[in-house]
Design a protein around this ligand. Structure first.
Ligand SMILES: NC(=O)c1ccc[n+]([C@@H]2O[C@H](COP(=O)([O-])OP(=O)(O)OC[C@H]3O[C@@H](n4cnc5c(N)ncnc54)[C@H](O)[C@@H]3O)[C@@H](O)[C@H]2O)c1
Length: 393
């Protein structure tokens, strides 16, 4: 940025080189962020400040130890998130906690004036989400975003560009899915993600829904109504202490929505979030069917962009190996493959770029988009309960 001083001389502000971060919640996702921060040098040629991890907070000392072992930059080791936020040199926070804590901790972070990359679903329910959005409105100087990494796969970025260029013509149908199979084992002990008091009434939709919504919502395909099919199949699990515990969260959800395209036509937008999907390992996919072209991307075939070409009156599915050509260039050669931890690094580059005042071509999920997500998921619960199509006005 350029400024003029009191004598009228121009000078250039020194570019911010690091952003001092703290992590609240040192579990599975906390480790992914820390690892991305540790290999910031992987990004090549982009002028993006690096996250420097100076604080960690977790109620579980064992969870924190990995961070303390690997990050000598950590100077604050806390068990109480409020104590962590009291350190004025912490500029930004990554928060990856169970859902029942999102409201209290996210609003605390924002009101402490720190940038926040929070995890989905951004509040255990719609009321919690509204409270977080209220804190965002009070603090417009703070950048708040919700994590969603899959659209950063290079092959998926091509699909997004095709949508923006209008290549599909009149839309026939869009299907966006996130499927897991780890819960297929009925002997897997219960954890907080299968307990309604910590995970929320949305169940699999709260865990996986935002991943399926990021692209449709961002390109302007907002659902106008929903008819939900929800399944609860595994109703109890080992409690890890020799007994059994009730498992009350939804296992699978199919949201049949109608959305309007940018020309005002309605089309079916189907969003599936499943924990019981035989054979699926973190399988995230999107398929767009249109009158002029169709395309699909799946993390099961992460290097490939699939699209159709008209061949007389037939449509041929074509597959292109995209290679490593991400939004933010990296040291990895273009002929190599791209994976989950690369997508996490790209998502973090997008967040840090925004903190630095530069909005990239694709950004993380916004708080306003989380509000639409909660509206959809709340309507989905009503739809299933009352067995009817629920309008989203
Ligand atoms: N973006 C993704 O792909 C993705 C993947 C998995 C989970 N998530 C989301 O990330 C969040 C965390 O999930 P996870 O898989 O990392 O969970 P996790 O259980 O692995 O980690 C959560 C951590 O929070 C700690 N914790 C609990 N209560 C605390 C408190 N009061 N103060 C401080 N620490 C506390 C726990 O000890 C644990 O270490 C959730 O919102 C989840 O939906 C996102």
């Amino acid at each position: 940025m350029c400024y003029t001083d009191h004598k009228g001389y121009f000078y250039k502000e020194e570019i911010m080189k690091t952003v001092k971060f703290a992590i609240i919640g040192c579990g599975l996702m906390g480790r992914e962020f820390a690892s991305a921060a540790a290999r910031w040098c992987h990004l090549f040629g982009a002028d993006i400040p690096a996250p420097e991890i100076i604080g960690v907070c977790d109620t579980n000392a064992k969870a924190k130890q990995w961070f303390l072992d690997h990050f000598p930059s950590i100077r604050y080791d806390e068990t109480d998130w409020r104590a962590l936020l009291s350190h004025p040199d912490i500029e930004a926070v990554y928060c990856a906690l169970p859902h029942h804590l999102h409201r209290e901790v996210y609003t605390g972070i924002i009101r402490a004036g720190k940038h926040l990359l929070g995890e989905k679903p951004f509040g255990i329910d719609q009321e919690a989400n509204k409270a977080i959005l209220e804190a965002c409105r009070e603090h417009p100087e703070v950048l708040v975003r919700c994590s969603s990494e899959f659209p950063f796969f290079p092959a998926c970025q091509i699909l997004i560009r095709w949508i923006r260029e209008g290549r599909f013509g009149r839309l026939i149908e869009v299907r966006s899915c996130f499927k897991h199979s780890s819960d297929m084992d009925p002997n897997k002990p219960i954890n907080w993600k299968r307990m309604i008091e910590f995970n929320g009434e949305y169940g699999c939709m709260g865990d996986l829904g935002i991943h399926t919504e990021h692209i449709p919502f961002r390109v302007g395909w907002k659902p106008v109504n929903v008819y939900a099919l929800l399944s609860k199949i595994v109703t109890e699990r080992p409690d890890g202490k020799g007994g059994v515990a009730p498992c009350l969260t939804w296992d699978n959800a199919i949201l049949n929505c109608e959305a309007r395209d940018t020309d005002g036509h309605l089309f079916p937008l189907i969003m599936e979030t499943k924990r019981l999907s035989p054979g699926s390992t973190n399988e995230w996919s999107i398929e767009v069917s249109g009158m002029d072209a169709s395309a699909r991307f799946s993390t099961n075939d992460p290097n490939a962009f699939w699209y159709t070409q008209a061949w007389n009156h037939e449509q041929a599915w074509c597959r292109v190996d995209v290679g490593n050509k991400p939004l933010f260039p990296t040291i990895t050669g273009g002929i190599f493959e791209f994976g989950f931890s690369d997508a996490i690094l790209q998502m973090w580059a997008a967040f840090l770029s925004e903190i630095n005042g530069v909005t990239p071509e694709w950004t993380c999920f916004t708080p306003e988009e989380t509000a639409l997500s909660h509206k959809l998921l709340t309507a989905a619960l009503t739809s299933y309960k009352e067995k009817r199509v629920v309008p989203l006005d």
